[in-house]
Design a protein around this ligand. Sequence first.
Ligand code: PRP
Length: 206
Amino acid sequence: MPEDPALTLALPKGRVMQEALRLLRAAGMRLELAGAERALRFDAGDATLIVMRNADVPTYVELGVADAGVVGKDVLAEAGSTLYEPVDLGIAACRLSLIRPRGATGAMARVASKYPRTAADYLRRKGSTAEVVKLAGNVELACLSGLADAVVDVVQTGETLKANDLEEVDVILESSARFVVNRAALKLKAEHLRPLIAALRDLTGD
Ligand code: PRP
């Protein structure tokens, strides 16, 4: 029977996964998706890949179900993660920003976000007493519908803001995807993880 791959990697589903796979392959890993596009856990050659929502990657790596993973700095900040982040992969660049309807001024009473912790920290720093409401997605709708007078959300191209007459008032965090590693795995699987980290650093110039 063939042996299980030495490493298990947690990847966020979607476009970031494709970019992460491109980098991991360039770093020397043999990773084949062949017919497994919708599988959530599969042997891809040099690693077992487990595929999930990006917000769950820190949990899988922290608890050691995955040895390493790829996840955005925005998600790590929101999770209050203390994971080892040896490489900034430079992909999935975006920023977390405070967003308001164009021209809006005055104090904010309620701010909606998928990132309630980051939003609350930011508001506290700014001396705002606004209440933070957690939403699951399409957060900009909160501004448009009157649910909130501002949102903290991801801006990538800025197209969503433009299309909805919203304005980026302040950048809270510049984000990009990080290669994160479980600390115990770093010791136990050093012969696999150390060269991979070194190759990713070479590739990304980090
Ligand atoms: C994200 C984010 C914004 C949009 C920003 O949403 O929440 O809505 O992308 O991108 P842009 O600046 O390029 O327009 P995503 O599609 O990830 O889904 P969600 O709103 O359901 O979280």
